[in-house]
Write a protein that binds this ligand. Sequence first.
Ligand SMILES: NC(=O)c1ccc[n+]([C@@H]2O[C@H](COP(=O)([O-])OP(=O)(O)OC[C@H]3O[C@@H](n4cnc5c(N)ncnc54)[C@H](OP(=O)(O)O)[C@@H]3O)[C@@H](O)[C@H]2O)c1
Length: 312
Amino acid sequence: MELSRKIFVAGHGGLVGSALVRQLKAQGYTNIVTRGRAELDLMCPHAVRTFFETQRPEYVFLSAGRTGGVYANDTYRADFLYENLILQSNVIHQAFLSETRKLIFFGCSCMYPKLCAQPMREDALLSGPLEPTNEPFAIAKLAGMKMCESYYRQYGCDFITIIPTNLYGLQQDYTPLNCLIIPALIARFHEAKAAHAPKVSVWGSGRPSRDFLFADDLADAAIFLMKNYSSAEPINVGSGADMTVREVAETIREVVGYQGDLEFDASKPDGVLMKLQDISKISGMGWKPRTDFRKGIALAYEDYLRAPQQWA
Ligand SMILES: NC(=O)c1ccc[n+]([C@@H]2O[C@H](COP(=O)([O-])OP(=O)(O)OC[C@H]3O[C@@H](n4cnc5c(N)ncnc54)[C@H](OP(=O)(O)O)[C@@H]3O)[C@@H](O)[C@H]2O)c1
């Protein structure tokens, strides 16, 4: 991917898309095309077709989509399924028609079966039932993966799927009831510090472990894979190591500077005890993440502090 190639980052305002634009610019790419939702609604097939016919991007990062945490996934099941299916189908099909050289579709670790052997290898996809709370979203993501695979096999399109682990970083969503664990904890410790609250209570025992990756590291991996990976098979991108919810909460408390107590409410459900993606495929190609967790959290908190009231 030469530095002057025309690259479309779909969803450039989001956590992943904004990191992609930052990383592409930092690496010297000069022809990056972006469109906000008001200019180009990716749900509209006609608008997507016109965009691809007139702009003819050579490389596409498909990082737009309907996203959210457990509550949002479970509550807006129809919207998560419908919006992701339509949006991704519009973009993938128009990329095919306009002969885009290469496209990356972003999957999600929820595509793996609920009781998947750990660490989760790419060949475990579609080997068992999904977690019920986010099944519609996971089905849409699996359909996107199958669409890339099918266009790859039938038409020879270089469309690949990468499966990121849990991400955090700059420009993440802090909307209450929609956000994920890291933004939720950053906001809660920040608010507790401001209010001099004596304690913060976190759901569950604190023992479950998850794998977290700084979004700019994911963006770096996606650019690396755009240059070096062509296959009908998806590929995981993660940190390679898991952390307990307790370790996550303690690190965030320390970075935010909250002095009160941290309490775990073991009466609330823990969910699956461990979730970790196997990254031997991408590691074997020579890629590894750069940002350690504490540094990533410090950067995310710095970003949050630019406008904490926006999320209140
Ligand atoms: N965050 C994670 O932990 C994580 C982990 C694994 C995989 N992923 C995947 O990575 C991708 C990006 O995630 P993210 O966290 O960056 O999501 P995000 O922060 O919610 O960003 C999504 C972007 O998509 C745009 N978008 C949504 N619907 C659109 C439409 N109809 N037309 C145009 N733009 C539209 C949004 O625009 P608006 O700003 O206008 O809403 C936003 O810019 C998703 O496919 C997600 O499933 C994320």
